[in-house]
Design a protein. Structure first.
Length: 255
């Protein structure tokens, strides 16, 4: 799917139905990690370099998911929650005391299986998104309509139709399971301190996006893919960079 974050939506129904069976941390980061090879490299970002065999899943994608989960809980979680609008801060405040390290020691198998399950779900969704062969769709429509315009439209649909559809479903599921009860413009109000946090987050995202654009090999035929991937990866890096900056600042600030 073109929007990596939409994968999170598909694990939320599983979290709700089988909360005691899965680790939400494992599910979230397992659903993101299979795209790390595209998001965090500076060569052509159109195609994956992960092989997605058992060896790659267990010895590369799984450790990356676990490491990013650790970093999130250590540096990012509480800082992000503290800077959410009041309604959502109250919604997630219970998680600020969660000790992921202790939980992992007690429930390593649950976390590990949750990560692996989410990785496999991610790969299944990607397979479904790329089920159509765009070139074959184009040739079929060209023979059927004898129109280059219709054939080219069909070709674009063959590439982007299902990925966009599945991405929209994923984002809808995030909205349905996490935000629809409290979502309104007035509930998005934040104070000046919180505004500064999100402003620096956006600033970091823009900075990293420009940097990636300047030094990454760009495939101009699929430029929209490059833009989406660059913004997604830059936002992920910005989350960790901004939160790490705030974490260090809090630790070194005089009492």
């Amino acid at each position: 799917m073109p929007f990596t974050f939409s994968h999170i939506g598909f694990i939320l129904p599983i979290k709700k139905k089988w909360k005691s069976k899965f680790s939400i941390t494992g599910l979230v980061f397992g659903s993101l990690a299979p795209d790390y090879d595209i998001l965090f490299r500076l060569t052509n970002v159109r195609f994956h370099i992960f092989q997605y065999d058992i060896k790659t899943i267990l010895f590369l994608i799984f450790p990356l998911a676990l490491a990013s989960a650790f970093a999130f809980h250590l540096f990012c979680r509480n800082i992000i929650i503290d800077n959410l609008p009041a309604v959502y801060r109250l919604q997630y405040r219970q998680h600020t005391s969660f000790n992921f390290t202790s939980f992992l020691k007690k429930h390593f198998l649950r976390v590990s299986l949750s990560i692996i399950f989410a990785i496999l779900l991610h790969l299944f969704l990607d397979f479904m998104c790329h089920f159509l062969n765009a070139y074959q769709v184009k040739m079929f429509m060209l023979q059927f309509s004898d129109s280059d315009i219709i054939a080219n439209v069909a070709y674009v649909f063959g590439i982007y139709g299902l990925p966009i559809l599945f991405s929209l479903i994923g984002f809808y599921l995030i909205y349905k399971y996490e935000y629809h009860k409290h979502f309104s413009i007035k509930n998005l109000a934040i104070n000046k301190k919180q505004f500064l946090f999100w402003f620096t987050m956006v600033l970091f995202t823009i900075l990293f996006s420009i940097l990636k654009f300047l030094i990454t090999e760009v495939d101009h035929e699929f430029f929209i893919d490059f833009i989406i991937i660059s913004l997604t990866s830059s936002f992920l890096v910005a989350i960790y960079a901004n939160c790490l900056f705030y974490y260090i600042f809090q630790k070194t600030k005089p009492i």
